[in-house]
Write a protein that binds this ligand. Structure first.
Ligand code: GLA
Length: 742
């Protein structure tokens, strides 16, 4: 066994040690079946190194469970805590059964397996090279069984968890809170990092001290949402960018979620993750089961940077579909900000001609192509090509684009329906709404009820037909409305199960399809969607300055291989801000899927620059896909991102500055993860640097000062919103002395 292999062992006194990559998780099962979490952190090899179970002595006002003096649950660090038995923190479960509401689960069985047990109907991480522990817990009074599955992975410091609840009694059990994961962590001044914002400013980072009480990020919008992303990092006291202990967590779920952090009266930290209990209830008939979405926890002892690296590796290896995972993505022109809804065959043909001249691989026809869709007030649901604007239908559209040598991509919003559509008129019963209420509208539209099998079948056939008729190789799957008036409290989750079924069927029928998820930008960008989609549209913000925080935030957890970005218009349609072409190109270069969305006039005007841009993307296409990302600098004014190729011989640096600063200071930044002993040549000035110089001493960023005389250093354009793209290349011929001054 190598020291990063997945491995599970049992100790002599009820301990269990699960290790994978650089992570270990220690559990303790007491004689009466009480399950405790005794450790989660960097890997330990010897089970004897696990800490003992903390004593839980009597304290004033404490409750002794079942009258036993050594069972004060409020002080026990647990893994799936009950309620109503003296633990007053957030419980894993809230249920009502015939006779009570308290829960007290005890371990009845534990099995180890090298095959990861499946999680019915929900996305879950692929279990290659993993080891799983299934812990069965029962509460005979409540008539409940819970199967917890914990999985560790070889070579990756990640632990995934799921919980499946089974009713074992004679009467139905109502569940109103069901955790996917609860972790009780040691007391301390932990900080929490979350991502959120709103439309066109998703993924903004927030860091807060975990204070006494509960802090929650959540969604009750039916989609995981733009306001809070279903991820969270807990940073132990003193942890920072590159140092200290961090636990990063993410839900593999795309609907209503809750992530809460509770700091108890004794400063213990409890992390709670799962479906949002607000508005949720699920009735479990005798013998039925309910599966909670999976969660991944990642451990780092090199701060947030280490957490990011583990997340990126985990998502690439265990989450995203494998067909596109390591392949460069096609460069594309997207019709959206070029034409909005005003598309027809002639315009698409002209965009395709421009695309051929620029050298892109694909033309994406965004919204507006289907029957009657001339604005956002109509036609969603009627998924055939508009006969007037696209005579000859989808087949002719596909042929027109392919005749120019480009592949076709197409936009859909399958879950939505316009009240003014043939679909809404034919199937009012397929729409989410409540009797007696005028339906609320979001972007003039409603949602279909994906909890109905007939709806899922219909949508599968519609999507399959679009793909077959058009020959499209890429699908942008949008969803531009949050969920309201859904009727029964189990519907939002049943909707998710329907959505995942639909996505799984589509993937199975079209395994080579390049699928991009989108929800008004990043309003449903999560590991649940990424288990089916190869990439996602991070945000409708296409102004590159507006995108700096968005990309820096998203890349904390999600790798650039899952991101799409394009060169949009200037002034930006979301900000009315002018930005140089180089800055737009630079920021989009961090994403695996790189495109252009400009009007025909702009495409023609900027043709030469755009040709160079596409060439540059071709030359660096694998960097965001299989390379390593590092955030070297991200302040209110400056950003430096580093992408390093798999073999560490090519490095792409993207440096952006928001505001011009006279007499700007020199900036020297240490690069990360280069090849020891190698020498790197910069494509800007031909200077040669040793890896040591770049990583230990640092790399001098180009000067951005108008007053610096020419020849006084490596200059970049002076002004607001400027960027530099620097490529460093190492090869065997690149020997010789360091020619850069330090
Ligand atoms: C959403 C998407 C955009 C675009 C439009 C089309 O806003 O985020 O990229 O596809 O819908 O209506």
């Amino acid at each position: 066994m190598r020291s990063s292999d997945a491995h599970i062992s049992q100790g002599p006194e009820g301990q269990w040690l699960l290790s994978g990559g650089g992570l270990s998780c220690g559990l303790h099962v007491a004689g009466d079946g009480l399950l405790s979490l005794i450790y989660l952190g960097p890997r330990v090899e010897d089970i004897a190194d696990l800490p003992p179970l903390r004593p839980a002595p009597h304290r004033s006002l404490s409750i002794a469970r079942g009258g036993r003096d050594d069972r004060h649950l409020n002080y026990r660090p647990q893994l799936y805590p009950g309620t109503g038995r003296g633990d007053f923190r957030l419980p894993a479960l809230a249920v009502t059964y015939d006779g009570g509401t308290s829960t007290d689960l005890r371990v009845t069985d534990i099995t180890v397996s090298e095959t990861k047990p499946a999680l019915a109907g929900l996305p879950s991480a692929r279990g290659d090279k993993s080891a799983s522990l299934t812990i069965t817990m029962e509460d005979r009074v409540a008539g409940l069984r819970v199967d917890l599955v914990l999985t560790v992975y070889s070579g990756i410091s990640a632990l995934t968890r799921s919980a499946t609840i089974t009713s074992m009694g004679d009467t139905a059990i109502e569940i109103t809170r069901a955790a996917s994961s609860v972790l009780d962590l040691p007391p301390g001044d932990w900080r929490m990092l979350t991502l959120g914002g709103s439309w066109a400013r998703e993924f903004t980072e927030h860091q807060n001290l975990v204070s006494p009480g509960r802090m929650t990020v959540s969604s009750n919008r039916g989609l995981s949402g733009a306001a809070h992303n279903p991820v969270l990092a807990l940073m132990e006291d003193g942890a920072g960018e590159g140092h200290g202990h961090v636990i990063g967590s993410a839900l593999l779920y795309s609907g209503n979620f809750e992530i809460s952090v509770e700091r108890s009266e004794f400063d213990d930290i409890r992390l709670w993750m799962g479906i949002n209990p607000e508005g949720f209830a699920w009735s479990l008939a005798p013998g039925e089961t309910f599966a909670c979405p999976e969660v991944v926890h990642v451990v780092s002892d090199t701060g947030l940077a280490g957490m990011t690296a583990e997340f990126h590796r985990f998502v690439r290896r265990h989450i995203v579909p494998q067909h596109w995972a390591a392949k460069p993505r096609p460069t594309y022109i997207n019709s959206w900000e070029a034409c909005y809804w005003d598309v027809d065959l002639a315009k698409i043909g002209a965009l395709a001609t421009a695309g051929t001249e620029l050298g892109v691989d694909m033309l994406v026809v965004d919204d507006g192509w289907f029957r009657g869709r001339t604005d956002d007030k109509r036609a969603l649901g009627d998924w055939d090509a508009d006969p007037v604007r696209f005579p000859g239908g989808l087949a002719a559209l596909g042929d027109t684009v392919r005749a120019k040598g480009l592949a076709l991509g197409i936009w859909v919003e399958p879950e939505a329906v316009s009240p003014d559509s043939d679909l809404a008129r034919a199937h009012p019963d397929w729409i989410l709404r409540e009797v007696g209420r005028t339906p609320s509208l979001g972007r003039n539209q409603l949602l279909l009820d994906l909890s109905q099998l007939a709806v899922v079948d219909h949508l599968f056939n519609a999507l399959d037909t679009i793909l077959r008729d058009s020959g499209a190789v890429y699908l942008k799957w949008d969803c531009n409305r949050y969920m309201t008036e859904y009727g029964a409290p189990e519907v939002p989750h049943r909707y998710m199960l329907g959505l995942y079924t639909l996505l799984a069927r589509l993937r199975a029928a079209h395994p080579e399809l390049l699928l991009e998820c989108c929800a008004s930008g990043g309003a449903r960008f999560d590991l649940g969607m990424l288990a089916y989609a190869d990439q996602g549209w991070l945000s409708d913000m296409s102004d590159p300055i507006g995108r700096l925080d968005i990309q820096s935030g998203a890349f904390r957890f999600y790798p650039p291989s899952t991101a799409a970005g394009y060169i949009g218009p200037s002034p930006g349609h979301q900000t009315n801000r002018d930005t140089p072409m180089l800055t737009r190109l630079a920021v989009a270069s961090l994403c695996a899927a790189r495109g252009i969305s400009l009007s025909l006039d702009e495409l023609r005007r900027e043709a030469e620059t755009l040709k160079d841009a596409v060439q540059h993307w071709r030359g660096t296409a694998t960097l965001p896909v299989t390379g390593t990302y590092a955030r070297c600098l991200h302040t209110a004014d400056e950003t430096l991102w580093q992408l390093t190729a798999d073999d560490r011989r090519t490095v792409l640096l993207v440096y952006c500055v928001r505001t011009a600063l006279p007499n700007a200071p020199y900036r020297r930044v240490r690069l990360k993860g280069l090849l020891d002993g190698a020498r790197y040549r910069s494509d800007r000035d031909g200077a040669l640097y040793s890896a040591t110089r770049l990583m230990t001493v640092g790399f001098d960023l180009p000067m951005r000062d108008a007053m610096t005389p020419k020849g006084g250093g490596d200059l970049m354009p002076y002004g607001d919103k400027v960027a530099a793209i620097i490529q460093l290349s190492a090869n065997s011929a690149a020997g010789g002395p360091d020619t850069s001054s330090s």
